[in-house]
Design a protein around this ligand. Structure first.
Ligand code: FAD
Ligand code: EPU
Length: 339
């Protein structure tokens, strides 16, 4: 059933009260096809929005098209060999539910990605990442429905062209596919990733003497809860901007002028800067204007204290971009999808 004039407030973690002109959910491919057949003729493919958990988008106005919420469920082990299990999950499965399922079965690889909000279907969109692991490290393949051809296409790891918070679905094939299932390759023998100093510190604090994927998950949950706002209490979509990458020479110049600058060396003489530090240095951390703010414990996260509009948050983000550009000469790029 396609409903009309539905509030999207409970469907986005920023808690923005925008209205969808048309709204429907689907939990099978057939249901999706049925909805697409019934689409009012006034709606073009550009006014279609595939929605997961709504944790990486900002509605800046009412949505004058059709919002289709993906609720395809199911977690299934489709094959295994000596070293790996292949787990296929429906796009509508909450990401953290999948992580918990894997931990219960001792399947390793996504424990560092514990507590990331959102659903399985969006995990390849921006190649979700945290604490030294990215989705691409465990990705096997996905199935996606092509909206124009009405066919299901399989994408391998190479097809997805994953990068830092990037994939073909965000760029070249933007708005062309609906991701319906994702298959992950998880390890039977864990390869613990604890290079982030914060993980070790937390494990020590917890008194963990024997490492396990369950302990790493608990440590990561605790770190995340200490610095990121819980969307059910304060509206947000995680990091609003990406961490910018610059070349080593530019980093050396900036380091002379700003000795505290935080950068992590990458391959090919590139350095990834901590955008949170840049924003904090511009004085934004803890800033609030009406209900739009910059989170006091993590400047990379913009927040809605209750009744902010998406336009107010977007305006705040633009002011932040301008001041970081003027102080450091660096252009911050948004991570959140602006709708
Ligand atoms: P949505 O917000 O619903 O959608 C995001 C985009 O993907 C939209 O453009 C949408 O149209 C598209 N989309 C969604 N599902 C599909 C589909 N099935 N087919 C095609 N297109 C689709 N991200 C990280 O990478 N690392 C983190 O550590 C992290 N921490 C976060 C912490 C908090 C508190 C919050 C609120 C967010 C955080 N995020 C993080 C961002 C967010 O959780 C992820 O980007 C997540 O994958 C978004 O999933 P979603 O289902 O909510 O996507
Ligand atoms: N920092 C500051 N001030 C701040 C915030 C951070 O100085 O206000 C400094 C910290 O002290 C630290 C550095 O910046 O030295 C990095 O901070 P943090 O470890 O909190 O991580 P981040 O770079 O801000 C990234 C991801 C997160 C992910 C964490 C952990 C991006 C855009 N963000 O944040 O992902 O959870 O690392 O791996 O890459 C998201 O994508 O929504 C997200 C939350």
């Amino acid at each position: 059933m396609i409903e009309e004039n539905i509030s999207l407030k409970k469907y986005n973690t920023f808690g923005i009260d925008a209205t969808a002109h048309y709204f429907a959910t689907f939990s099978t491919l057939n249901e999706l096809s049925d909805h697409l057949e019934l689409i009012p003729s006034s709606i073009s493919s550009n006014s279609l929005l595939i929605l997961g958990g709504g944790s990486n988008l900002l509605f800046t106005k009412d949505f004058d098209g059709l919002v289709l919420k993906n609720e395809i469920g199911g977690i299934e082990k489709i094959r295994e060999d000596e070293s790996y299990v292949y787990i296929k999950a429906g796009a509508g499965v909450p990401w953290h539910q999948l992580v918990m399922h894997c931990l219960q079965n001792n399947w390793a690889g996504i424990e560092n990605l514990s507590l990331i909000p959102g659903n399985v279907g969006a995990s390849p969109m921006q190649n979700i990442g945290a604490y030294g692991v990215e989705l691409k490290d465990v990705f096997f393949e996905l199935e996606a429905f092509h909206l124009k051809d009405k066919s299901v296409v399989t994408f391998t790891l190479a097809d997805c062209e994953f990068g830092y918070r990037e994939s073909v679905f965000k760029r070249k094939f933007n708005k062309q596919f609906v991701i319906v299932t994702v298959t992950y390759r998880l390890s039977k023998v864990p390869n613990f990733k604890t290079a982030y100093a914060a993980i070790d510190q937390e494990l020590n604090k917890m008194g963990v003497s024997e490492l396990s994927i369950q302990a790493i998950s608990r440590a990561i949950i605790s770190i995340r809860q200490s610095k990121l706002p819980n969307p059910s209490e304060i509206g947000n979509a995680g990091s609003f901007f990406k961490n910018p990458e610059i070349d080593q020479q530019q980093f050396d110049r900036l380091s002379k002028e700003f000795p505290g600058i935080i950068g992590f060396s990458l391959a090919n003489e590139r350095v990834k800067l901590a955008a949170g530090w840049l924003i904090e240095q511009c004085g934004w951390k803890g800033y609030r204007k009406e209900d739009a703010g910059c989170y006091a414990k993590q400047a990379l996260v913009l927040v809605n204290y209750g009744h902010s509009t998406g336009a107010q948050i977007l305006e705040l983000s633009e002011s932040i971009v301008k001041s970081v550009k003027s102080k450091f000469g660096i252009e911050l790029e948004r991570e959140v999808n602006i709708i």
